[in-house]
Design a protein around this ligand. Sequence first.
Ligand code: UD1
Length: 365
Amino acid sequence: MIQIHLIAAARPNFMKVAPLYHALRATDWAEPKLVHTGQHYDHNMSNAILQDLRVPEPDFHLGVGSGSHAEQTGGVMIAYEKVCLENRPDWIVVVGDVNSTAACAMVGTKLWIPVIHLEAGLRSGDRKMPEEINRLVTDSIADVLWTPSPDADENLLAEGVDADKIDRIGNIMIDSFEMLREGIECANTAAELDLESGQYALVTVHRPSNVDAAESLTPIVDALVQAAGSLPVVFVAHPRTINGLEKFSLKEKLADNSNIKLLEPVPYMRFMSLVTGARVVITDSGGLQEETTYLGIPCLTLRDNTERPVTVSMGTNKLVNARSLAENLQTVLDGKWHKGTRPPLWDGKTAERAVEFLAQRSQQQ
Ligand code: UD1
């Protein structure tokens, strides 16, 4: 049996790892092992999501937790190297762009274990984002680069990556959505919140550049309060965002507004139910830019750049800021938002293509 480590660390990783885990489990030649680095540890940021995705308890839990970038990255490297020395896998699959992605890629390549990066090649061009550094480090050392869209292939080729290493397999997060579509459709989270489907804005904001300083978070909160004058707003707040709201005394502005519902993180199916019922999504999340494009829901992204430009060029996404939010929201409410189409290979079959790739490579070895 081929041993494959799947590395999951933070909330957005779980949705990318789960379809591959299930697809590998269904083969008679591969044994996937889930490695949870513990970067996200709150129940709603981790276990509740894994349960939704029907993934069993991780085979290895590194329990790294919070810390500075160096503490998290170093902690994961030290702990994961021990795991690899005692339980050497045939392949390591790292996903996304979090600190654990780069950390485990470095451990694997230094031990000469082939590393695959799932969701490779995305670039925002903004080296102030910690995620961009993680993407650059991971892509420059991984042995195989599984990309979601043509722009990712182009970025890698422009950086001098050998074309043989690049394999465009599609967007695996769509697999998770399709796998759980029935449960998502039954969840009806909006009704639990006394909201009508199609009649509210869903908000998530957690990028350090938006929430770690009062100068950036205050205008966003003010713009959301203004938006709540036009339609109900559901704000699902990441722990990092709650910290910022409390630190800068902004939480009451949201919590005291009767047209704003401020919620803690919500597990995957209940959250995706909220997404599917939203009139518009306001976010700085990478995953949501993709999910809204797939679902054809208008998405206003509170960022200066995106590593997912295909969601703007083909999909329903647009980059905005706190100042231009109201005007763009009005365009949505007037029914004048661009329709968008689904990028190729965002079809719920990405895990199948990944397994096919691994089957072929394993036969060659
Ligand atoms: C991380 C990723 C980011 C990803 C995001 C998704 C990096 C550099 N960033 O950012 O790419 O989009 O996850 O959510 O890897 N915290 C909790 N409970 C938790 C997890 C975190 O309270 O379960 C708190 C931490 O103590 C810290 C803050 O949230 O104060 C930030 O957590 P951290 O994992 O450092 O980064 P994220 O902002 O979540």
